[in-house]
Design a protein around this ligand. Sequence first.
Ligand code: FAD
Ligand code: NAP
Length: 348
Amino acid sequence: MPEKVVIIGSGPAGWAAAIYAARAALNPLVFEGAVTEENRVAGTLPLGQLALTTEIENYPGFPAGDLERYLETSLGPDRRVMMPPHSKEGVSGPELMELMRQQAANFGARIITEDIVAVDFAAHPFKLTASDGNTYAALAVIVATGARANYLGLPSEERFKNRGVSACAVCDGALPRFRNKPLAVVGGGDSAVEEADYLSKFGSVVHMIHRRDQLRASKIMAKRAMDNPKIKVQWNRTLAEVLGNDKDGVTGVHLASTAGEPELVLDVSGVFLAIGHTPNTAFLKGKLELTPKGYVKWTTPFRTYTSVEGVFAAGDVGDDYYRQAITAAGSGCMAALDAERWLAAKGF
Ligand code: FAD
Ligand code: NAP
């Protein structure tokens, strides 16, 4: 028997879709992604992008307060242990994601900890192949695979990945190699500020390397960078090369100028990339219509329909504009409702 609804992805969009689909008695099957070194390095482990960050201050329903006791009783100890201690300020990213996952499981969503690596949308029921080689048939599919961090593509960046070059401060920032050392963050958006702010707890100084003379970050985040005495913005600069050696890993950065200034070399022990994201759609190429930037194309305004009838998309995988946890969760809800109505209309 084919599954009624398969949900691919485990960020806010995937879990919101799972909660709604489970409550609609669609018995959803969620592929939350595989726990592999490749996914760790790419920042695509289960629970998505929010699990890579610290406090979440803008997700409605989680004001500052002590969630500790609720977390202790709502999550099993095996999953609670994976999270850093509760900060007593709002909710942390990993906590929020674990709560969403648990909420979906409580309503009966079934969860498989594998990637979907191939899809066949040419025939119905659709066919999905998981990373363990198993195949699944589905009447409706919700794609909620989100996005991953970009790298610049410099050979020196590749050479020092995991030896001082990272795209996740929360994952790697506390490592001894970065303690009380000068560090660099590349980018000028909200992520760059968040990474720099987090790293300032560990490093002696954090250089934000930004290619323009103005941050892209929201006003409140930009103020946070400006108010932090340990963050120094290197305006109008790009990263030309990561400097280092085999013994020590990263030792510095060579910066070019976008404003005609002389080149600059800074001593740093770590380089953190925060220059935007690429949607996780490699396995969908040629199967669904994608935008020129590789995002899944929504074909109808205010609906989560894609170019294939019965396949719906939610969250950052189709959104290069809002890219927030709340918008991802909102569109996950919409995708489940769209799938439910489509299945009913087709008589499934
Ligand atoms: P994602 O969170 O990207 O999760 C998708 C997940 O699906 C992947 O990570 C992976 O585990 C899984 N997956 C991918 N491919 C497959 C596959 N083929 N098979 C199975 N599973 C797969 N937003 C806010 O609103 N507030 C914040 O404070 C905030 N802070 C942020 C901090 C950082 C450092 C970053 C990077 C982002 C932040 N955002 C924040 C943005 C927010 O995290 C995203 O908008 C949101 O997580 C997108 O959710 P999503 O469900 O679309 O997908
Ligand atoms: P972003 O807003 O797209 O910013 C990317 C930054 O990287 C920009 O400053 C950009 O420079 C720079 N950049 C891109 N390509 C570059 C290159 N090749 N070389 C040098 N610099 C480059 O991405 P983001 O900061 O990851 O944020 C993504 C979304 O998540 C946003 O919607 C954001 O609001 C959200 N988010 C929210 C929070 C929060 O609310 N606390 C935290 C993190 C993320 P330019 O400015 O010159 O284009």
